[in-house]
Ligand binder design. Structure first.
Ligand code: SF4
Length: 291
């Protein structure tokens, strides 16, 4: 069922592809790096656009095209049916090759359809990550209310320089808010943790990965533990994903359960986790999952 190497989710969904670098974290953007050698060969979007891709159509930068995908939309509906048949909920990281809140005319055009499919797929929980938290409010659907029950809103915060992103996240009504401190390229000791339900730590992976100081991971782990926030240690800085998954000899892979959620949750690792009726803040219902 799980079809991604990313340990904290089950699937990845990109309603379109392409983006603009906005942050030091984007320096080694793997989506841009892999575009030609991997994504250009798969069945994304109309063939005319694929041909242009192979010919070198750039999907990066403010003036480049954003390519609406095709098969990922079918996959989402298929995952939803499978989860419904099994009576579980699967997690879907939305936006590994794009940023769903980007200020771009094609992103604006595609977003309403993205919300439609998310609304439709109630057996999936969409983990939506953006670096553009100042744009979240503008990009939410009109019927968002206190947050869709199946949407987690998150932001990447790689170090103190961009810690201000957390303020916008904290102001967003959502059943679950999370911070991805990955790629960790500096300390993050100045970011308040108010309103954060879940925090993922990861050193940078891939070619050109930047080094980390283990103390960054220890500091944020200790703060999360002290404040009752679920903490997921993904990995240390390394060439491949899932290298150095232990921190001080411990595998710490905690998940949170969204507020107001009751059901059976598919663990990103193995097996299923039954969620009780959750009426309190997720932090007090934290799950420990050692995979
Ligand atoms: S926001 Fe994400 S997808 Fe966009 S350039 Fe940065 S790392 Fe790449």
């Amino acid at each position: 069922m799980k079809d991604t190497k990313i340990a904290w989710t089950d699937h990845t969904f990109n309603p379109w592809m392409g983006c603009t670098k906005v942050s030091p974290a984007c320096a080694n953007c793997y989506a841009e790096r892999d575009m030609d050698k991997r994504w250009g060969r798969v069945s994304w979007g109309p063939s005319e656009k694929l041909t242009k891709n192979r010919m070198g159509l750039s999907l990066w930068g403010p003036d480049s095209e954003r390519q609406r995908t095709k098969s990922p939309w079918k996959n989402v509906r298929r995952w939803n049916r499978a989860a419904a048949d099994e009576g579980v909920v699967a997690k879907v990281f939305t936006g590994s090759l794009m940023d769903w809140a980007e200020d771009h005319p094609q992103a604006k055009e595609y977003r309403p359809k993205m919300w439609e499919v998310i609304r439709e797929c109630q057996h999936l929980h969409f983990q939506m990550l953006t670096k553009r938290t100042e744009r979240i409010a503008e990009c939410l659907p009109t019927d968002w209310g206190d947050g869709y029950p199946n949407v987690w809103i998150g932001t990447t915060i790689e170090d103190n320089r961009v810690a201000h992103r957390q303020q916008y996240l904290a102001e967003t009504p959502a059943v679950c808010r999370f911070v991805s401190y990955e790629p960790a390229i500096g300390p993050l000791n100045e970011m308040p943790l108010d309103g954060v339900d879940w925090l993922i730590y990861g050193g940078e992976s891939g070619p050109g990965h930047r080094p980390e100081d283990k103390q960054w991971a220890r500091d944020i782990r200790d703060r999360c533990f002290a404040e009752g926030i679920a903490f997921f240690h993904k990995q240390s800085s390394g060439y491949r994903t899932e290298m150095g998954i232990e921190l001080d000899g411990e595998l710490i892979r905690q998940f949170t359960i969204p507020r107001e959620f009751a059901g059976v949750f598919r663990n990103a690792g193995t097996g299923l986790v039954r969620a009780k009726s959750v009426r309190k803040r997720a932090s007090s219902e934290r799950l420990e999952v050692n995979t």
